[in-house]
Design a binder for this molecule. Structure first.
Ligand SMILES: [Zn+2]
Ligand SMILES: [Zn+2]
Length: 142
């Protein structure tokens, strides 16, 4: 991910008119750095500008998703948002405490290459959610 990404450049590249509200909303998702729920984004946005309504935030996020700037992922019964990165990545999510560990695509590349070779199937999934139990939530007694 480009560290010196300017929100204005990114918005423009994706065909957006840069409005101050959109900049605040995108920055809220960016600053979260991980999966942000709608409530997370709303709280961060309204901390900056209390006049931005939830409906505006929701509409902006929907637009960001449509234009490929933001990824929405359904985890359990919640939808979470994150900035779409240039490179594919995946997540290990603990189904008990919600721990979210980002997984580099390189970790899965070998598996995907094997699948391509053995099944002649090219995997295009770029955002895989692996549900399970983190070290903390795993029962210690066998
Ligand atoms: Zn992700
Ligand atoms: Zn856990």
């Amino acid at each position: 991910m480009n560290a010196d990404l300017s929100f204005e450049t990114s918005l423009r590249q994706h065909g957006f008119r840069v409005t101050p509200q959109r900049r605040v909303i995108l920055k809220a998702i960016w600053d979260n750095g991980e999966h942000a729920s709608l409530a997370d984004v709303l709280a961060a946005v309204q901390a900056v500008d209390a006049n931005i309504s939830p409906a505006t935030v929701y509409r902006a996020i929907e637009l960001f998703i449509e234009r490929g700037l933001v990824i929405a992922t359904r985890i359990g019964n919640q939808t979470v948002y994150e900035i779409a990165s240039d490179h594919p990545h995946h997540h290990l999510i603990c189904r008990v405490c919600g721990m979210d560990q980002k997984l580099d695509h390189a970790r899965l590349r070998g598996l995907m290459d094997d699948i391509e070779q053995d099944y002649h199937f090219l995997v295009e999934t770029e955002h895989l959610i692996l549900l399970g139990l983190c070290a903390h939530c795993r029962p210690t007694a066998a």
